[in-house]
Design a protein around this ligand. Structure first.
Ligand code: ADP
Ligand code: G6P
Length: 472
């Protein structure tokens, strides 16, 4: 077995098993913020990525992705149902997102979660060279740091949570709360998106495990576990360069023409997820049309909503409701050749996404709760001419870094409508000043700055940073 000095462990591999139109097997980039953040960072480093390829049955052998070795962990149909769709996405995901949908608790899901975490820990132990740095990602694998430490005490183990970590009054609902906290404490460094999350974690460790904890350090089993906030970011320069390409500019102009050359384009890009506030946004938009504040001929909304976790009941219900509402709004307010909403569920390549960002006068990012939201950051990075307005939920992690956005509370329908109108009506000088400030922030705080701050805290020798090319 070939071993690496840097191992990233995430439930998802960066490529997904999918079927081409001619029935052949092909690989394509996996959806979601975790892959968007880590893939550009690891490119051309001698790292191994341990993860799941998206199907069931024996693990397929995958090609390297941009020089990064893929090590596949297989899931059975039962694991998929009880670990991925169950404990990860119907217990932890809603619980960690303010319980905007009701979390479900089943003992068999917990057993599957333990079993799959054990499998990930064993696969990681096999591919990590002596003394390697292992970086475990996200809520699917919270037991891995502890299990891995038992198998391989020689490793330096980091854990990063991409989603929010909830306040004690919510987390305390979880039947196996103590085990989950103990699992995370197997790491040397636990990173969160926001300092509030680190604070919540420290409070819970003190309360549930009776271990003294501050928001920075926890002493456990003769070790010190450090915790802190490391807001994740994007490859800002890469997105800016893509958006500035002449073919992307041409594509944006073509898109605007195909949309009927409206005065203003509003864009939203989400995974189809109930945390993203899609229904609330549609309602706000339809009320603005109904009350004459927005005219369909002058303004269009492009809603991209790529299906996600499609076998989980709450996601199926959401998709039906969103599609019904889009149909209702188009039926009521659209005209032949002039829909009020252009609704797209396809995955796009990066250049097409950049063209969409370029064409959007207003980008509406209004999740009910979101760990970070990289779409908001991608939009800002793509606005290379400092035009455009970002409408952003206060409940997205990105809001803490982008105060120049039009910040809204997506639960407050009137506030959401006012925010959208303010963004649509803003003048170029105001927009330019806001966008310049946000772009400058993202050029300073890009994905390499994130890796630098996290990995220098995890690996004090600095050798890892040099290998990643993130030291500069
Ligand atoms: P989450 O991690 O919850 O999915 P983020 O906004 O942080 O939300 O990240 C979503 C990522 O997925 C972004 O990098 C975005 O560009 C990408 N993405 C979203 N929709 C699509 C799509 N239709 N096609 C391709 N990529 C998409
Ligand atoms: C969020 C999670 C990631 C996950 C992604 C896509 O970004 O934090 O861990 O990979 O959503 O979701 P999926 O269930 O398709 O992996």
């Amino acid at each position: 077995m070939r071993q690496s000095s840097l191992v990233v462990v995430a439930n998802r591999l960066p490529i997904d098993d999918s079927v081409a139109p001619d029935g052949a097997c092909e690989w394509r980039r996996s959806p979601g913020g975790l892959v968007s953040a880590l893939l550009p960072l690891l490119r051309h480093t001698p790292a191994t990525w341990v993860g799941w390829a998206g199907g069931t049955g024996p693990a397929p052998a995958l090609p390297d992705v941009d020089g990064v070795r893929m090590h596949t962990v297989p899931l059975t149909a039962d694991d998929l149902r009880d670990h991925y769709e169950g404990f990860a996405n119907a217990t932890l995901w809603p619980l960690y997102h303010d319980s905007v949908e009701q979390p479900e608790y089943h003992r068999s899901w917990w057993e599957a979660y333990q079993r799959v975490n054990q499998r990930f820990a064993e696969a990681t132990a096999d591919v990590a060279e002596p003394g390697a740095v292992v970086w475990v990602q996200d809520y699917h694998l919270q037991l891995v740091p502890g299990l891995l430490r038992e198998l391989r005490p020689d490793l330096r183990i980091g854990f990063f949570l991409h989603v929010p970590f909830p306040p004690p009054e919510l987390f305390m609902q979880l039947p196996r709360r103590a085990e989950l906290l103990r699992g995370m404490l197997g790491a040397d460094l636990i990173g969160f998106q926001r300092s509030q999350a680190a604070h919540n974690f420290a409070q819970l460790v003190a309360k549930v495990l009776d271990v003294p904890a501050t928001d920075r350090r926890i002493a456990v089993d003769d070790r010190v576990v450090r915790i802190g906030a490391f807001p994740v970011s994007i490859d800002t320069a890469e997105m800016a360069a893509l958006a500035a390409r002449p073919d992307v500019a041409d594509r944006a102009a073509r898109l605007r023409h195909d949309l009927g050359s409206p005065e203003q384009v509003i864009l939203s890009v989400d995974r189809m997820d109930y945390t993203k506030g899609i229904e609330q946004r549609l309602k706000a938009y339809s009320e603005l049309i109904a009350h004459g504040h927005v005219k369909v001929r002058d303004t269009v909304l492009v809603q991209v909503a790529v299906p996600s976790r499609e076998r989980v009941g709450q996601y199926q219900i959401l998709r039906e409701r969103v599609e019904r509402e889009v149909g209702r709004i188009n039926g009521e307010f659209g005209r032949v050749g002039e829909p009020a909403i252009h609704y797209l569920t396809q995955p796009f390549d990066r250049a097409e996404l950049a063209a969409l960002y370029r064409v959007a006068d207003v980008m509406a990012v209004t999740p009910l709760r979101d760990g970070m939201n990289l779409v908001a950051k991608e939009y800002v990075a793509a606005r290379v001419d400092d035009t455009g307005a970002l409408l952003l939920s206060e409940f997205a992690g990105a809001a803490a870094e982008l105060p120049q956005a039009y910040l809204v509370n997506p639960h407050d329908l009137e506030g959401l409508k006012q925010g959208l109108l303010a963004a649509l009506r803003a003048g170029p000088d105001d927009l330019g000043a806001r966008m310049r400030a946000m772009r400058a922030h993202l050029h300073r705080h890009d994905i390499r700055a994130w890796a630098r701050s996290y990995l220098s805290a995890l690996d004090d020798s600095g050798s890892l940073l040099t290998r990643l090319g993130a030291a500069g």
